[in-house]
Design a protein around this ligand. Structure first.
Ligand code: UDP
Ligand code: MG
Length: 153
């Protein structure tokens, strides 16, 4: 099944929103196949946000992402990249639809609580960036047939 990378950003950690995000992931039926806390630094953020390095806000973004540890998660599910991006909502919390994580829990374009991979290709690269192979677990919950129809898995 497909996998995606999620980062609970410092804005989620400091605002005690970890449980809210994890709860929605679990309630949706997505499988958590890796999860750990880590301190990010500018080096890894220059890779992770390579598309933004030249933007004027990049130094502020690095500062906001390194202010405290983050929690990185690897999620598994059918079409999980698209599913979790839609649960995340638009980048700017003020524009994100109610019902999405950003729409419900933040009002900022930068302090927007979660990162979600934006394509299957990028998800593979991002998962390899943040997790060692032995930190990921290949298992299916025993109630998988209550989560998906037989022809979906
Ligand atoms: N960001 C920002 N200002 C902007 C655009 C993005 O501070 O004008 C930050 C924000 O935290 C965002 C991250 O950079 O989540 C990555 O930007 P991207 O465009 O990839 O948005 P995302 O994929 O997170 O929705
Ligand atoms: Mg992005």
């Amino acid at each position: 099944m497909e996998r995606t990378l999620v980062i609970l950003k410092p804005s989620a950690i400091e605002r005690s929103l970890v449980g809210e995000v994890v709860k929605r992931i679990e309630q949706k039926g997505l499988i958590i196949c890796g999860m750990k806390m880590m301190q990010l630094d500018e080096k890894i953020l220059r890779e992770h946000y390579a598309h933004l390095v030249e933007k004027p806000f990049f130094p502020m973004l690095v500062a906001s992402m390194t202010v405290c540890p983050v929690i990185v998660m690897c999620l598994e599910g059918k079409d999980v990249v698209e599913v979790f991006r839609s649960m995340t909502g638009s980048t700017n919390g003020r524009k994100a639809a109610p019902g999405t994580l950003r729409g419900d829990f933040c009002v900022s374009g930068q302090q927007n609580i979660v990162h979600a991979s934006d394509s299957v290709e990028n998800a593979k690269i991002e998962i390899a960036r943040f997790f060692k192979p032995d930190e990921l677990f290949d298992f299916k919950p025993r109630n998988i047939r209550s989560i998906y129809a037989d022809d979906e898995i």
